[in-house]
Each structure stands twice: as structure tokens, then as C-alpha cells.
Design a protein around this ligand. Structure first.
Ligand SMILES: NC(=O)C1=CN([C@@H]2O[C@H](COP(=O)(O)OP(=O)(O)OC[C@H]3O[C@@H](n4cnc5c(N)ncnc54)[C@H](OP(=O)(O)O)[C@@H]3O)[C@@H](O)[C@H]2O)C=CC1
Ligand SMILES: O=C(O)C1=N[C@H](C(=O)O)C[C@H](O)C1
Length: 273
């Protein structure tokens, strides 16, 4: 536990794009404090001060490759790493009975099942997007998909991210696809079309299509297009700064503290459920 009742947070993947953004965000948010920072065993950043690496000066938190002792003294973990790492960290968070905020995308069904199992003992908040704007957009998408009949409006989801992103479609695109499917009263699985190439045949009525763009330094752009005959509605979100995700993640950790173990979403955190 950290001093003065602050929530003591560990940032795993502390040297990454989101890891460094999280360290900076926690520094500005009352009630939260960085008490640990973890990276992979062969990371060139081990031993460096997490605050200095993130550009806010020394905070006396060295980056370690050993999560267990760090988790043991923490109240929560912020995790934007890789699917395999997040599954492993969920197990450690369950052992320590602490909050675990997972922003990692690209998880398989098996990864998600393991994370759900860990949520029997940890308070886990997992979302493909931690920003207020995208979670509100998901509510609007669900409403629009419900209001506009599948026979009249086709739903397509377009996303663009920076050239370093490794998974597709993005976690956010899938979150928005789930919202559209919920509005239509169908499951996304089995109704999703994740890529098109060659002679595809005509579009299947009621399907939800995805298109992925990658390039440059784009933080995250998402559009949900409802295409009818003679008219088109586009609902969009443009992320300009990773700080929106980091602030959302810290908010989720503070919200999860003291909750019962379970698997929660950002919609729960933001009261949008
Ligand atoms: N939900 C949301 O709101 C958001 C989600 N994301 C997601 O977060 C994830 C990370 O994104 P980003 O920060 O851009 O990626 P980065 O590659 O910049 O950061 C990931 C960091 O995690 C480290 N890492 C990998 N494995 C481990 C491990 N076992 N233990 C400790 N550290 C580890 C990496 O180290 P190394 O480089 O040495 O492998 C790297 O420093 C992605 O899945 C992305 O889609 C991103 C933004 C917002
Ligand atoms: O990898 C990223 O950068 C992002 N990943 C998340 C996603 O997959 O949707 C969230 C955000 O768009 C940035």
C-alpha cells in the first residue's frame, strides 16, 4: 500500500508507448501513485527510473523484471502489454487480490477465458478502449444499429492506427462491432466480415464489415458507417493523444478499488451500461 491512502499502482510494460503515458498520467491524478514498474526480463530499460524514462523526472521507482514482489505491495496494476503477458499478470493479480486494468488488445478467446477465470479473485476492468469518447460512441452505435433496420442500412467499421500496431481489427473496432451487433440483436461472431479480397460476391445482409488502415503516427481513428440507399450516417472518434486512454485506465483502477472480484468493462466504470 502507498502512503496517505493513495492507490498504489504498478505499471507493467512501463517503457512502452502506453506505459510511459500512464506514468505521466498517474503523476497528475490525485489519489493515485506509481509504486512499481515492470518490463520484460531482457528489456534494455531494467533498472532505469520509470519517471525519468517517461520524462517527468526521478520518482524513485526502478523498472523491474520481477512482478510478484511488486504486485504484493500494490493496490492495482495497469496493463497495456501483450495478450500472453496480460493473461500471466491476471493470474498474479488474482493471487494478490488486487485490481487489474487491462487495455491490451488482440486477445484470443482462450486468453479471454483465462482472464475471466482470474476475475474470480481479482477486480479486472478490461476494455479495447479506455477513453470516455469511444465508450460513449459505442452507446450511440448500439442505438443507431437498433433504430436502423438491417435490410435498409449496412454497417461497416473503418479504423486507422500507427504503423507499429500489431493486431487487427483494433480492439476498439471490435468493441464497436459488438455494440452494433447488440443493437441488431445478433452475435458479432459469425456475422463479422474482417477482410475482403478478390471476387467476394455481394454483401450479405446483416453482416458487419471491418476495414483496417495502418500508417505513420495515427493514435487511433474509428468510424462506424451506416450505409443506406441514398444516404449514409457516419459516427466517428479521433484520438489525438494517448493520455485519454491513460486517464481512463487510472479512473478504472480507482473505481475498481474496493469492488467485488469480477470482470468489468469501461461502460461499467463510466456508468454507461
Ligand atoms: N485499451 C486501450 O484504451 C488501449 C489499448 N492499447 C493496447 O495496449 C497494448 C500496448 O500498446 P503500446 O503501448 O502501443 O505498445 P508498446 O509495444 O509500445 O508497449 C508494450 C510494452 O509492454 C512490454 N512488454 C511486453 N511483454 C511484457 C512482459 N511480459 N512483461 C512486462 N512488459 C512487457 C513491451 O516490451 P518490449 O517492447 O521489450 O517487448 C513494451 O514496452 C496494445 O495491445 C494496444 O493495442 C493501446 C492504447 C489504448
Ligand atoms: O494500439 C493502439 O495504439 C491502440 N489500441 C487500441 C485498439 O486496439 O483499439 C486502442 C487505441 O485505438 C489505440
Amino acid at each position: 500500500m502507498s502512503e496517505a491512502g493513495d492507490m498504489g499502482l504498478v505499471v507493467v510494460g512501463a517503457a512502452g508507448r502506453m506505459g510511459q503515458t500512464l506514468i505521466r498520467a498517474i503523476h497528475t491524478i490525485p489519489g493515485a501513485r506509481v509504486i512499481g514498474a515492470v518490463e520484460r526480463a531482457d528489456s534494455p530499460h531494467l533498472g532505469k527510473d520509470a519517471g525519468e524514462l517517461a520524462g517527468i523526472g526521478i520518482i524513485n521507482v526502478p523498472i523491474s523484471d520481477d512482478p510478484l514482489p511488486v504486485f504484493a505491495k500494490a493496490d492495482g496494476v495497469l496493463d497495456f502489454t501483450t495478450p500472453a503477458s496480460s493473461v500471466e499478470f491476471a493470474g498474479y493479480a488474482a493471487q494478490a487480490r488486487i485490481a487489474h486494468v487491462i487495455g491490451t488488445t488482440g486477445c484470443s478467446a482462450d486468453d479471454n477465458a483465462r482472464i475471466a477465470a482470474a476475475a474470480r479473485h481479482a477486480m479486472i476492468v478490461k476494455s479495447g478502449n479506455m477513453s470516455l469518447g469511444v465508450n460513449l460512441l459505442a452507446v450511440l452505435v448500439e442505438q443507431a444499429a437498433r433504430a436502423l433496420d438491417a435490410d435498409d442500412f449496412d454497417i461497416e467499421i473503418l479504423e486507422m492506427h500507427h504503423k507499429h500496431k500489431v493486431d487487427a481489427p483494433s480492439g476498439t473496432a471490435l468493441l464497436l462491432g459488438e455494440a452494433a451487433a447488440a443493437g441488431r440483436g445478433i452475435a458479432l461472431a459469425g456475422n463479422d466480415v474482417r477482410s475482403r479480397d478478390g471476387h467476394t460476391g455481394v454483401r450479405k445482409t446483416g453482416s458487419i464489415g471491418f476495414a483496417t488502415l495502418r500508417g505513420g503516427s495515427v493514435v487511433g481513428d474509428h468510424s462506424v458507417i451506416l450505409a443506406g440507399t441514398g444516404e449514409r450516417i457516419t459516427l466517428s472518434h479521433h484520438a489525438e493523444d494517448r493520455a485519454i486512454f491513460a486517464r481512463g485506465a487510472v479512473k478504472a483502477a480507482l473505481w475498481a478499488r474496493g469492488k467485488k472480484p469480477g470482470l468489468y468493462s469501461m461502460r461499467d466504470v463510466l456508468g454507461l451500461s
